[in-house]
Design a binder for this molecule. Structure first.
Ligand code: SF4
Length: 442
């Protein structure tokens, strides 16, 4: 995610994408005259630069200051500024602008945002641009590029450019204010286009919320096409409680391969112990012998007792259920979420070692000696990393209904496990044959 923490690096990367290309603004030839900057900026609103450019010399050969705008009639102004967009409205604004500047400001262009936005035809975007270009004062000109890109990054979540400007004024370091419009207009034209942004080649694609979400959705499709439905969680005991079997399996699978868990589950099933009351009453020696194939049987036996009691007494609220599970010794977020997702159809994404490995190899997670970063943001501790990754998957599918999310999360977790076993192995990963493509991120 792009945050206050990594915004410096982000801007550096944006500058690298832009290279030596610069933005030629319609006001470039008149920058030493605040009045002409204001008029040129006003005319360029919702008009392409190639249309505004030729109009300016024509207009400024007749208009040198506010009094000239007062002297000319609206029809004459319309002729002078045609064919800029909304030329009739803009001609009326120019006429009125000349009057206000003459009467109220003695022919001077004010240099505060509050005053500028009261001028005819001047909105916040124009006012900020005039502040920067005419008065060399800090302003944040939020146009469609700036609004779109900051929202795609996940740096903010706003609905209007005005809201974006307000948030940026609070958070964006002032040293970037004057230049941010130029940078993001150029970045938005070449890379982060309004339609079909070039995320696959973008140097921010492992940090940007939109780019990350897009990749996660693409991966799901590729994995599904390759492996097909996995239909997890496997339940096979006809004599037991299926939900309880999932819970027992989730506990037993900690630190061991599933084939060992299957042997333990078979033994429990044959002895009618995949039912919580029966397991709680059974002789500990018998239960430990049966679960022994899954390893750490003493510890796992204690966990099974606790989780069985929880199952019988659990709360009906899902949030409370997760807290209760996490309160049981030895039950971490992966086990708790496996139980909730597969046992209770709660839409929570399960993050396991395969998921972390996959994201690390594709550049979402970076590590140095002391720190772990996820999507360019420093995270502290294992649990924190777990929840950040989980949140990313939750955000990616936030547009789906709860039922659809449950279905996707069940399959996605199983598909990642399949990928990890077959291709993304801890040693000697088979990158060239991987269904996700060979694009290990540097
Ligand atoms: S990853 Fe895509 S959406 Fe994000 S900044 Fe790059 S081009 Fe824009």
């Amino acid at each position: 995610m792009i945050t206050d923490e990594n915004i410096d690096e982000v801007i550096t990367r944006v500058k690298k994408v832009i290279g030596n290309v610069d933005l030629v603004l319609p006001v470039e030839d008149v920058r030493d005259d605040p009045f002409k900057v204001l008029v040129a900026t006003l005319l360029s609103a919702r008009t392409k630069d190639e249309i505004t450019h030729p109009v300016l010399p024509k207009l400024f050969s007749r208009v040198h200051g506010p009094k000239d705008l007062v002297r000319l009639d609206v029809k004459e102004l319309e002729r002078l500024i045609y064919p800029v967009g909304f030329y009739r409205t803009k001609a009326k604004h120019l006429k009125r602008l000349g009057e206000v500047l003459t009467e109220k400001y003695g022919g001077r262009v004010p240099d505060s945002l509050d005053e500028l936005i009261t001028l005819p035809g001047v909105g916040r975007k124009t006012a900020n641009l005039v502040l920067v270009l005419a008065h060399d004062k800090p302003g944040i000109c939020v146009d469609t590029h700036v609004h779109r890109i900051f929202n795609r990054w996940g740096y903010l979540s706003t609905r209007t450019p005005e809201e974006t400007e307000r948030v940026l004024r609070e958070r964006l370091p002032e040293r970037y204010w004057k230049d941010i419009n130029r940078l993001l207009v150029l970045f938005g034209r070449s890379m982060c286009k309004p339609v079909n942004p070039r995320c696959s080649t973008c140097p921010l694609n492992r940090w940007c919320l939109y780019g990350g979400k897009r990749l996660i959705r693409e991966w799901y499709k590729l994995l599904w096409d390759q492996f097909g439905p996995q239909n997890w969680w496997p339940v096979s005991c006809e004599r037991g409680d299926p939900r309880y079997e999932i819970i027992v399996g989730a506990v037993l699978t900690q630190n061991t391969a599933w084939k060992n868990v299957e042997r333990a589950l078979e033994g429990l099933c044959e002895n009618g112990l995949l039912e919580p009351h029966r397991l709680l009453r059974e002789d500990p020696v018998v239960v430990k012998r049966l679960i022994r194939p899954a390893g750490y049987y003493n510890q796992k036996y204690e966990r099974l007792l606790e989780v069985s009691r929880w199952y019988l007494e659990r709360s009906s609220d899902r949030v409370d259920m997760r807290d209760e599970l996490l309160g049981i010794k030895g039950i971490g977020p992966e086990t708790a979420d496996s139980i909730l997702l597969y046992g209770f159809d709660v839409p929570v994404f399960v993050v396991d070692a395969y998921t972390v490995r996959l994201l690390e190899r594709h550049g979402f997670i970076t590590r140095n000696e002391k720190e772990v970063w996820f999507m360019g943001e420093m995270v502290k501790g294992k649990i924190d990393l777990y929840h950040r990754i989980q949140e990313m998957f939750h955000l990616t599918y936030s547009d789906l209904s709860e039922r659809e999310r449950v279905k996707v999360f069940k399959e996605y977790h199983a598909l990642i496990v399949e990928l990890g076993k077959r291709y993304c192995k801890s040693r000697d990963p088979m990158c060239e044959e991987c269904p996700l493509g060979f694009d290990i991120h540097e």
